[in-house]
Design a protein around this ligand. Structure first.
Ligand code: HEC
Ligand code: HEC
Length: 328
């Protein structure tokens, strides 16, 4: 066949329409408009927050789409097309400089998000997320409403849980330091409370703990553990002042298990996040020893009852081994 200008145009149009059909037509025909089991419509504030999310390029760093191969990074639910009904645009995102946000709703209370949007370093000291303070109070509130809705009906359950526990946390905090510690520790299951830290507080363990503290905790709890980090102005109840725990130790020998449990699970309703997805077990025990030694001047590291022989590190160098009390 002889190549003529007319044939070239017809050919080009055929290629154009074929690819348009595959990229646009086929997905539109096969896309389900039936909402998934967790879907719900967005409220007005959430919709405006969604617009801010699109306008500000949050999707350059965050995905809103959990795939089957994400189970190993702690996925909670695989995304379905019915989760995206009536979202214009449905912005899945392909980059994950930050975490996937499709189940973000209720992971933290609102005050944590406010602190984090104003300056991500307040809550996550080594974060590369930019500050959104320039958006102003009202837009940050809408953005927060949107991220708290992500996960739809599942998120609503988590948000309700945060709000429920926040009331008790605030009452306890306002009742004074001792009442607050009593309440905080009543949240820890009984089996964890009389549990010493099974890891020895070696110099290496404490230096590891310090490093992790600086990367995750310092801007809330402060460099000297008094709860006066820069985030304190934004979260309520404010970050715990660890020195208020000294009175707990006058009556109790054990703090390791309590620290471990609270760091692992966080304290729902307060700004205190859970770290079970960020830190391995050994790092949490190291942190528990670091908090105890640095801010309380005491650690129950490796005392009786020894539940497990947890560490290959030798204990004989441990300068912080507490004096033996009966049975130790
Ligand atoms: C340059 C990349 C980048 C951009 C742009 C960005 N983020 Fe992030 N984001 C991160 C990183 C990294 C983290 C993890 C560390 C942290 O908590 O700050 C994060 C964490 C988050 C979290 C907390 C997740 C959790 O529960 O720990 C939320 C919510 C969030 N981002 C929302 C947003 C929103 C909304 C926008 C747009 C206004 C945005 N991000 C823009 C990088 C980014
Ligand atoms: C966004 C701020 C924030 C960050 C980040 C944070 N905390 Fe907290 N932390 C809190 C708040 C708020 C409380 C509870 C205060 C209250 O209810 O009085 C708390 C309480 C605690 C408790 C409870 C102590 C007890 O005896 O019950 C421990 C332990 C703790 N934090 C350790 C840590 C460690 C370790 C890190 C870093 C890995 C960390 N926190 C990061 C805000 C934070």
């Amino acid at each position: 066949m002889k190549m003529s200008p007319a044939l070239l145009i017809v050919g080009a149009l055929m290629v154009f329409w074929a690819s348009t059909f595959i990229i646009v037509g086929l997905p539109a025909m096969t896309m389900k408009e039936t909402p998934s089991a967790i879907w719900r419509p967005m409220a007005e504030d959430e919709r405006e927050g969604h617009r801010l999310y699109v306008q500000n390029g949050c999707s350059y760093c965050h995905s809103l789409f959990i795939r089957i191969n994400d189970w190993d990074i702690g996925a909670e639910r695989i995304a379905e097309s019915g989760d995206y009904v009536a979202q214009e645009p449905a912005i899945l995102g392909s980059e994950r400089t930050g975490p996937d946000l499709s189940q973000e709703g209720g992971e933290h209370p609102d005050d944590w998000h406010k602190a984090h949007f104003i300056n991500p370093r307040f809550t996550s000291p080594i974060s590369v997320m930019p500050s959104w303070e320039f958006l102003g109070e009202e837009k940050i509130r809408k953005l927060t409403a949107y991220v708290q809705a992500l996960g739809w009906k599942q998120a609503d359950v988590r948000v309700a849980r945060q709000q429920h526990w926040k009331k008790s946390a605030v009452v306890a905090y306002e009742a004074g330091a001792d009442a607050n510690i009593t309440w905080l520790h009543s949240q820890v299951p009984a089996v964890w409370r009389p549990m010493p830290n099974p890891y020895p507080a070696t110099q290496a363990a404490l230096l590891r703990g310090k490093r992790i503290y600086q990367e995750f905790c310092v801007n809330c709890h402060g460099p000297i553990g008094d709860g006066k980090g820069p985030a304190a102005a934004w979260v309520y109840p404010p970050p715990l002042n660890f020195t208020t725990l000294r009175r707990h130790l006058e009556a109790n020998r054990y703090i390791g298990g309590i620290f471990y449990y609270q760091i692992m699970n966080g304290i729902t309703g307060t700004g205190m996040p859970y770290f079970k997805k960020h830190l391995e077990s050994e790092k949490i025990w190291d942190l528990a020893n670091y908090l105890a030694v640095s801010f309380l001047g005491y650690t129950d590291a490796n005392i009786e009852p020894r539940g497990i022989d947890a560490s290959y590190e030798e204990d004989w160098r441990n300068p912080y081994h507490p004096p033996a009390k009966g049975g130790d």
